[in-house]
Design a protein. Structure first.
Lengths: 225, 361
């Protein structure tokens, strides 16, 4: 028995890691704003960020393909700056995955922030802590479990995505051929042995990650004041 | 130091409008029923009610007026809430450090002194969820002080505690009153707490200040009975411990006689504050004999106030002390009570509850 090419696995982990990091940077302030704002725009923004939950991945993939292609303003700008195209590239995959997994980061974070209520922030303000100070010293640590959930869900969701990646990235080994696509390809070519091996790896990986997370939740219960 | 307040805030069911100057030194109690707007006044001073309009100034330094409104973090307030609001992710020591780190360069107590004053040593390494309600409030009070504020706002700090825990915190509040000259605003709906710790009182009803002044003056004023509530009315007088008797009673000297109370744990010569509820004072034209009550003081009738209902409130002078009695109008008429008349006040010993005894040193 020969072992299948594992580069799609590494690529997937790389993509999921980068996507999760990008989402942390983008979704944390967005979730914080959503949790605090009284703006009338809030439901609109919430609906937009939740779109990827409802839209078929092919619809999302289709629009992303149009947005990222060199014919669009954004795609052309990217080509000007970097020299490469976004479609069928790792960078394009990151943008697509981040869009696709956005609600998996924002929703746990937003509800974690909302769950804190106003009380700890009012108190911190009377202790001379300004807004940025309050965010990093109170909101972030108290929303720790929300962050953990958001990170795990975003990472896992990115690992598991298929449709959007196929639409935007295609199937270029080492660049855009992630594990779900490799498995699909093995099945298409009736190479069930390799499909089995990659699938089992994914199964064990997914289970291990979740097991670690749930064990950590048990050992470090979130402290309630 | 003085805190100047002239503020309004519109609610759906009433408008809050308070124009008051809070004196420094000692504790000013803001007293009233729940919903009177007491806590809101503190929140406005702290800058936590963004819709509030008007003027807030401490010692002439403007915190808020028509043009400016400092954020809570830029006002020198320390606020303590009914729920301690300790940060759950920080230990007691870290909670204290959170306050002191942000108050560097200001004058005020340091962490070691405060931890010692509030007996926090054994708690420092623990997390808030492992503390009792009383311990949490102690830590919260210590943390508030470490923020080195120039005014202390205490919002029902004891309301969530049972009597035993209340009794364990009150000495710290009394110590605070003695050791600091910060203006302290103390919101409470409990007259026994107020009588024990406050030097001034501001009575609020439906968003307005309806009465204010020195505690002894307001609590012994017959016309204040309707705003305080008939159960709450009752004078506060100073007494000195002169003997502990073997039958479990403590004898106290007041300016015109002596009082016997269930034993008070304090040294001879100590000054204590006792509250005498107006409804537990009986008036008699002659010194009663053959009566089980131990506490009988000679008094002179001051003003008589007829409110709504069948009762009258009667101000009494007993030496330098002022008492307050509440009797039916029928009794008052039958006795022919008039201003300047000498009579006797019978104070039911049991009426002077242990909880109403405050230690003053």
């Amino acid at each position: 028995m020969t072992f299948p090419d594992l580069s799609p696995l590494w690529l997937t982990l790389q993509l999921a890691t980068v996507t999760t990091l990008v989402l942390l940077v983008i979704a944390t302030p967005l979730s914080w704003w959503l949790s605090q704002t009284k703006s009338r725009a809030k439901p609109v923004v919430e609906a937009v960020t939740a779109l990827p939950l409802v839209l078929p991945p092919t619809v999302l993939g289709f629009y992303l393909l149009i947005l990222l292609s060199p014919q669009s303003a954004f795609g052309a700008f990217w080509v000007d700056v970097t020299g490469g195209t976004l479609t069928f590239s790792f960078a394009g995959l990151v943008i697509a995955s981040a869009t696709y997994s956005l609600p998996f980061m924002t929703q746990p974070l937003q509800s974690a922030f909302e769950g804190l209520g106003a009380a700890p922030f009012e108190l911190a303000a009377t202790l001379r802590a300004g807004p940025v100070d309050r965010f990093f010293t109170i909101a972030v640590p108290l929303a720790g479990r929300g962050f953990l959930t958001a990170i795990v869900l975003s990472f896992a969701h990115t690992v598991g995505e298929f449709g959007v990646v196929l639409m935007v990235g295609g199937n270029i080994p080492g660049q855009t051929k992630v594990i779900s696509i490799a498995i699909y390809e093995h099945v298409e070519t009736i190479n069930y042995a390799d499909a089995h091996i990659l699938s089992v790896i994914m199964l064990i990986f997914a289970f291990s990650v979740l097991l670690v997370v749930y064990s950590m939740n048990r050992r470090f219960p979130v402290r309630m004041g | 130091m003085a805190l100047d307040l002239d503020i309004t805030l519109r609610f759906s069911d009433f408008d809050l409008a308070v124009n008051h100057q809070f004196a420094s030194g000692g504790i000013t109690a803001i007293f009233g029923r729940s919903g009177a707007g007491k806590s809101t006044v503190l929140r406005i001073i702290a800058g936590l009610e963004f819709r509030a309009k008007g003027r807030v100034a401490l010692d002439g330094k403007l915190w808020q007026d028509d043009r400016i409104c400092l954020k809570p973090e830029d006002r020198d307030v320390g606020m303590m809430f009914q729920d301690a609001r300790l940060f759950a992710h920080l230990t007691v020591a870290q909670n204290l450090a959170y306050a002191s780190r942000r108050a560097k360069g200001l004058t005020g107590p340091n962490q070691d002194t405060v931890a010692q004053d509030f007996d926090l040593g054994p708690l420092l390494g623990r997390y808030p969820q492992g503390l009792s309600g009383g311990e949490r409030q102690r830590v919260a009070l210590a943390r508030t002080l470490l923020s080195r504020p120039r005014v202390l706002l205490l919002d029902e700090p004891l309301a969530a505690l049972d009597d035993a825990r209340k009794a364990s915190i009150l000495p710290y509040l009394e110590q605070l009153r003695r050791n600091t000259d910060l203006p302290i605003l103390y919101v409470s709906h409990s007259i026994t707490e107020v009588a024990r710790v406050a030097s001034h009182i501001v009575v609020m009803q439906a968003g307005r200040v309806v009465r204010s002044g020195r505690l002894e003056d307001v609590l012994s004023d017959p016309t204040a009975v309707p705003v305080l509530g008939v159960r709450e009315a009752g004078a506060v007088i100073m007494a000195r411990i002169i003997a502990h008797h073997s039958d479990g009673l403590t004898e106290l000297a007041v300016s015109c006689g002596t009082l016997f109370l269930p034993r008070i744990e304090a040294d001879l010569g100590g000054e204590v504050r006792v509250r005498i509820p107006a409804q537990d004072v009986i008036l008699s034209l002659h010194r009663p004999i053959g009566i089980s009550a131990l506490n009988i003081l000679p008094v002179v009738v001051g003003s008589i106030f007829q409110g709504d209902g069948p009762a009258v409130a009667i101000g009494l002078h007993s030496g330098d002390d002022r008492l307050l009695a509440r009797v039916t109008r029928r009794s008052s008429d039958a006795l022919g009570l008039t201003q300047g008349m000498a009579c006797f006040a019978v104070v039911k010993s049991v009426a002077v509850a242990q909880g109403d005894v405050g230690l003053m040193q």
